[in-house]
Ligand binder design. Structure first.
Ligand code: C2E
Ligand code: MG
Ligand code: MG
Ligand code: MG
Length: 266
């Protein structure tokens, strides 16, 4: 009986599943071709990270763009199909090459798969040398998941130490959405953290200082300050949120209020 029901359910979902699978395989194939050809299908957009008191950009975050899908869809897909090392190398090389055009430090997102690859620090050293990008002008954004040991005890903490010895800075992206314990965070060899936009948005509009989200955001800032880390608030969309984050003591931020991701001007 139960088995039959299970079978029915499977039959019911099959067409959708098949369609999703077909789209995934088509996208993977197209992505492979885009990488191999490098005919300009893949590009980088940049979004400013600003000084919250002046609004002046202090750095740019590189965000990949592809006409066929959003990064939210194709980055996880590239991870599943082991394309991430290649795609990540493309992003790193392009971002470091373009750094001279804007002259600001550039933030590059690094997926766990790239960071856990033994050749990663070597790749970074090579790209810095080949592009002439100064190590201090490169900031790698990593996620907490890559810095937490997996079942086999593997984590990227050592890689992060090596990268910082090269002079590159490392920030934790989307801080608060992972599982770092306080103890773990204190031991993590990073330069800064980015408060995930989920938190910024949970403050409400206008922000409610009594809300649990507000207390949490204040606590994250205090933690960053206690550890001597830079703190960037992501996802700032409105003036009220900006005013509130400034009052809390945030000095760096990013969001649609200051600028959407856009191609590098000439
Ligand atoms: P992320 O690194 O946390 O990047 C911030 C995302 O939030 C970007 O989405 C950006 O466009 C968006 N955003 C910025 N300001 C605001 C705002 O005020 N409001 C809202 N609602 N959103 C805002 P995007 O470009 O779609 O990228 C999504 C995610 O995909 C990134 O999150 C990052 O995890 C990943 N990603 C993007 N480019 C790359 C890349 O080159 N390599 C890797 N490994 N991952 C990437
Ligand atoms: Mg990021
Ligand atoms: Mg982020
Ligand atoms: Mg993200």
């Amino acid at each position: 009986r139960a088995k039959d029901e299970g079978k029915d359910r499977l039959a019911f979902y099959e067409p959708g599943l098949q369609e999703a699978l077909r789209r995934e395989m088509a996208l993977v194939e197209a992505l492979r071709e885009a990488l191999a050809g490098d005919q300009g299908e893949l590009t980088l957009f940049y979004q400013p990270i600003v000084d919250l008191t002046t609004g002046a950009p202090v750095a740019l975050e590189a965000l990949i763009r592809w006409p066929k899908a959003s990064p939210g869809e194709f980055i996880p897909l590239a991870e599943r199909h082991r394309l991430m090392p290649e795609l990540g190398a493309w992003v790193l090389r392009r971002a470091c090459r373009e750094q001279a055009r804007h002259g600001l430090p550039v933030h590059v997102n690094v997926s766990p798969q790239e960071l856990l690859h033994p050749g990663y620090p070597g790749l970074v050293a090579q790209v810095l040398e080949e592009t002439g990008c100064p190590p201090r002008a490169l900031v790698l954004e990593v996620t907490e998941t890559a810095l937490i040991p997996d079942e086999r005890g593997r984590d990227a903490t050592l890689t992060v130490r090596i990268l910082r010895e090269l002079g590159v800075r490392v920030f934790l992206d989307d801080f608060g959405s992972g599982y770092s314990s306080l103890e773990r965070l204190a031991a993590l060899p990073v330069d800064g953290l980015k408060l995930g936009q989920a938190f910024t948005q949970a403050l409400g509009n206008p922000p409610d200082p009594q809300s649990p989200a507000a207390r949490l955001v204040a606590a994250v800032l205090a933690l960053a300050q206690a550890l001597g880390l830079a703190a960037v608030a992501e996802g700032i969309e409105g003036e009220a949120t900006l005013a509130y984050l400034r009052r809390l003591g945030f000095t760096l931020g990013q969001g649609f209020l200051f600028g959407r991701p856009a191609p590098l001007g000439v």
